[in-house]
Design a protein around this ligand. Sequence first.
Ligand code: SF4
Length: 440
Amino acid sequence: MSRALVLLGHGSHLDANSSAAVRAHAERIRAMGAFDAVRAAFWKEEPSLARAFDGLAVDEIVAVPVFISSGYFTETVIPRELGLDGPLTERGGTVIRYTPPIGAAPVLASVIEQRAIEAGAESGDAIAVLGHGTPRNPNSERNVYLQAESLAARGRFAEVVTVFLDQEPHMATVLERTTAERVIVVPLFIADGWHVGESIPADLALEGPETRREGRVLRYAKAAGTHPAVADVILELAGGGGGAGEGGAAVPAWLSAAFAARAPFVLGELAVTFDDAGAVVRAPGGGREIDPAAVRATVRVDAAGRYRPLSGEFGLPGGWWVRCVDPRELGEVLETVYPLAAVHVAQEAAGTLRVVELEAVLGRQSGRYGGVAGATPEQRDAAISAVCGRCVRVPRWGAGVSGVREGVVIPCPEPCGILVEDIRERVAEGRTGKGAVREG
Ligand code: SF4
């Protein structure tokens, strides 16, 4: 039986770090060779949740939400975007198994324990499990308490308490809620993002890894969600591996054929040529050779160091080229630069590209995006012109704008999150004019 693993993350339009841990867990599991394909997909980044399964021709897909809380995202947004019926969905001969989020797996407590020990925790210390929490959703606290209880049950530390960033009991009361001389605060967060790196240390007035206060010691651990052992938690939720173990997404046939024929092509702003040693992928300007593993860091920020959330945005950071020794490596480099582009090219050629119109995408939004369905035609057109007008992909959903039409055309089968966000901002601001709401 062939199996694929898809990790589902939140991601961010604003911060490259937000998805880094989820991508690292996917790479770790891919390297284990336990699945036929391993992929990460995101609410706010590419590849998007809505296209998470595109091109995965396997018997079973296991989809694991890399989220701490069970709630709005895991119970509403993800099932809706992925079209899931519940824990088990059957689609075109593939069984899709949707697991609880990693925050609901009691075994995650062992990772919290490891983070605490790495921060110097000993048996007589108190551990404060720090969750995000929110007064708007009482469910968001549930898994944080579950993890604290699981950690306490392991019996390794004198005290275990639960505190929150955005609800009671607040993290500012951590010393009042514990009696041990030393308290180790472990952030139960997925990413080393703004909260873990900046807002929490600032709000707790931490002075570094160790802070002395009122005759006691506060130590601050790294985020639990970035620990490499989270990959084991994901594997446990997924029920282990069990695929044929090739360890990466299948290479689309057109790409393998181009490699075999040594047939050069252009994809977006990349030029692919071949020589005796394999393929050479060249960004605009050529320049220096880089390692395939360095491509993501190279293309996700612009020359000024700003994050580029839209992978297809014209102006791909250039001055580099990379050598790929086989079709799989070539596929991985292209996937890094233009997620799912090679798959969508193949599907369009085969007549199987699933196209979703703007109306349907706007109509299924909820929460803070619920108002986008009421966007006026002028607001929609202005957003399409401002966002899709700077993208190499060519919309197949009737947008009336064109990307790069030379070389291998990259079809866009569905309005992306960047476009939806732009429409949301126009609606929120009551804007009708043209031009970008926000660059970058
Ligand atoms: S919706 Fe527009 S901006 Fe987004 S990927 Fe498609 S063509 Fe590009």
